[in-house]
Design a binder for this molecule. Structure first.
Ligand code: C2E
Ligand code: MG
Ligand code: MG
Ligand code: MG
Length: 289
């Protein structure tokens, strides 16, 4: 009886696995067409400068307008693209699209905004990455300081020498460098000394209960102080309440990003929100996701 049960459990498991594998293969096939069919789109999530009350930067967050499944968030395809290596070409598209957007914003209300682009560790494998970024900036005639790259702490755990080299080339190019999801990455703090970091983004998991949990408050304050003493600016991720915002202001955090200020929204919506002033007031609904 136990044996039977065991077998059934096993079969159930393999069927589920097969189904997932089929879906994965199908998604990978669709992904191979997505660039040619121009199915990716960048949404932008503003970062509020807590000193000036202005939006100074926006984070570019990719979405995939899938022909049958609708708008897909990055969690549904970026890990797959990292496995297959397609992330290199997708990343190049993201950099190009961000530069084009910055060029489009010249002479408008959005002039001077910085765009932060996410780079996964896998993208640093590409030896031509920095050259490609330089070419994209030149093609659109955009100054390098308008771009920021967000990297997670994983890059300080593996391929450290190679990554150090890539980061120093990026720094020489003049783009800003941010550490994303800071505090959850299992890496040592030594890299803050050894690598050229401009910005720390405190992971959302510390912010969610920062006004309710003493330990989260202590950690958040400590990170802000650590960063400031190293001449690094701090962004809080996942700010959803006025109380969290007040806490962050009180403790001199530099920027807040989260649903309270705005969800990630299409460029058009961002332009409208900035023009009408609702972003500065604190709440832009816009599209979901
Ligand atoms: P991330 O860079 O840490 O981005 C923050 C994520 O948190 C985004 O999810 C954003 O929509 C979400 N978020 C922002 N504010 C709030 C909030 O107040 N509450 C909650 N619950 N969530 C909030 P999204 O857009 O689904 O992106 C997920 C991840 O996908 C990103 O995490 C980033 O690691 C990756 N990603 C996004 N775009 C790209 C890209 O162009 N290239 C690469 N390599 N990765 C990307
Ligand atoms: Mg990010
Ligand atoms: Mg993050
Ligand atoms: Mg994250």
């Amino acid at each position: 009886r136990a044996k039977e049960q065991g077998r059934n459990t096993y079969q159930f498991y393999t069927e589920g696995m097969q189904e997932r594998e089929v879906m994965r293969l199908e998604l990978d096939k669709d992904l191979s067409q997505a660039l040619t069919n121009d199915e990716f789109v960048l949404f932008y999530q503003p970062q509020l400068n807590l000193d000036t009350g202005e939006i100074q930067s926006v984070e570019a967050l990719i979405r995939w307008q899938h022909p049958r499944r609708g708008l897909l968030p990055p969690g549904e395809f970026i890990p797959l693209a990292e496995e297959s290596g397609r992330i290199t070409d997708i990343g190049r598209w993201v950099v190009m699209a961000a530069c084009r957007q910055l060029a489009d914003w010249k002479g408008t209300e959005q002039e001077g905004l910085r765009i932060a682009v996410n780079l996964s560790g896998r993208e640093l494998d590409d030896e031509a990455l920095v050259d490609h970024i330089r070419e994209a900036l030149e093609a659109e005639n955009v100054p390098a300081e308008r771009l920021e790259f967000e990297l997670t702490e994983e890059i300080f755990i593996q391929n450290i020498e190679r990554n150090r080299n890539q980061l120093s080339r990026l720094q020489k190019l003049g783009v800003h460098l941010a550490i994303d999801d800071f505090g959850v990455g299992y890496s040592s703090l030594g890299y803050l000394r050894d690598f050229p970091v401009d910005v720390l983004k405190i992971d959302r998991s510390f912010i969610t209960e920062v006004t309710e949990r003493h330990d989260d408050a202590v950690i958040t304050r400590a990170v802000i102080n650590l960063a400031h003493n190293l001449d690094i600016q701090v962004v809080a991720e996942g700010v959803e309440t006025e109380e969290q915002l007040a806490f962050l202001k009180r403790h001199r955090c530099n920027f807040a990003q989260g649903y309270l200020i705005s969800r990630p929204i299409p460029a058009r919506d961002l332009e409208q929100a900035l023009a009408s002033g609702i972003l500065v007031a604190g709440l832009a609904e816009g599209s979901s996701l």
